[in-house]
Design a protein around this ligand. Structure first.
Ligand code: A3P
Length: 281
């Protein structure tokens, strides 16, 4: 039994929202041939990738009247975030959506014409980020220590987990030409190159000026400044005080939260669990 307030859908722990929505989207949701999905294990850089993709489609422009990022690139499965699913019928193509599902639980009506971007992050940083996410959002009703959460993460008792199963499901598909895999750490190393890669994958020609503008607007500090990308409304309404959604945005923060012994035990366990997944971080 998990001590975190999750729901369960098809043998997977999920966010505590309506699981009938997950099932309906998976079985019946009518995709368009040019719909794009950004998918990830939570806390791997989803919001960051959403910002890059929406800016690529807007030519790097943000208007005062633009809604928050999660309304531009909605999460179909989440009945709290998107109470009225029919609003997506009015979106212009190409529509972009977010998903936290393993590959086999994406909407069944997607085909090889749908482009899918999968973003990953090293396991220890993901676990730390997910701890602050879970502790911070009141809906999880979770007040335990980070050591406790890392134990849950290692046991696979966290939402959309286990982490290694999620990554494995996407790894098996990653050679498909309609899938682009991004790594959080590579995005940190060279954001402009990531913008270029994503634009190329989406067949969106960009000038150098566009790339520079999109890169600048996708940095952690730019996104934290804009309440529509910092998710200020979530901070105010749904999170504990002092626990912002846009937390730190760094690679290697795990070292501030793992003892050397815990890091060793984690690495040993994950070497086995992740055998065959040859992505390097
Ligand atoms: P931290 O908790 O380590 O700060 P997701 O969007 O998948 O939930 O991932 C959230 C993580 O991505 C958080 O990590 C968040 O700070 C980080 N993040 C969001 N935007 C970012 C950006 N522009 N640059 C770097 N990290 C970013």
């Amino acid at each position: 039994m998990s001590t975190i307030n999750y729901n369960r859908w098809r043998d997977m722990l999920v966010t505590p929202v309506d699981t009938e929505r997950f099932e309906w989207v998976h079985q019946h949701w009518p995709a368009r041939a040019d719909d794009v999905f950004i998918a990830s294990f939570p806390k791997s850089g989803t919001t960051w990738t959403q910002q890059i993709v929406r800016l690529i489609y807007s030519g790097g422009l943000i208007h005062d009247s633009d809604p928050p990022l999660h309304a531009i690139i909605p999460w179909l499965d989440d009945s709290e975030d998107l109470p009225d699913l029919s609003v997506v019928d009015t979106m212009n193509s190409p529509r972009v959506f977010k998903s936290h599902n393993p590959y086999h639980l994406l909407p069944q009506k997607l085909t090889a014409s749908n482009r899918l971007i999968y973003v990953t992050r090293n396991a220890k940083d993901t676990a730390v980020s997910m701890y602050f996410h879970t502790f911070g959002f009141k809906m999880y009703e979770y007040d335990e220590s980070i050591e406790h959460f890392i134990g849950e993460f290692m046991a696979g008792r966290v939402e959309y987990g286990p982490y290694w199963t999620h990554l494995g499901s996407w790894y098996q598909q990653c050679e498909r030409s309609n899938i682009l895999v991004l790594h959080y750490e590579e995005m940190q190393r060279d954001l402009a190159a990531t913008v270029e890669r994503v634009a190329h994958f989406l067949d969106q020609p960009l000038t150098i000026e566009d790339i520079n503008r999109i890169t600048e607007l996708s940095t952690f500090s730019s996104m934290k400044k804009d309440p529509r990308t910092s998710m200020q409304l979530w901070d105010e309404e749904q999170r504990k005080p002092g626990m912002p959604f846009m937390r730190k945005g760094e690679t290697g923060d795990w070292a501030n939260h793992f003892t050397p012994e815990l890091a060793q035990a984690f690495d040993r366990a994950f070497k086995v669990k992740m055998a065959g997944i040859n992505w390097s971080w």
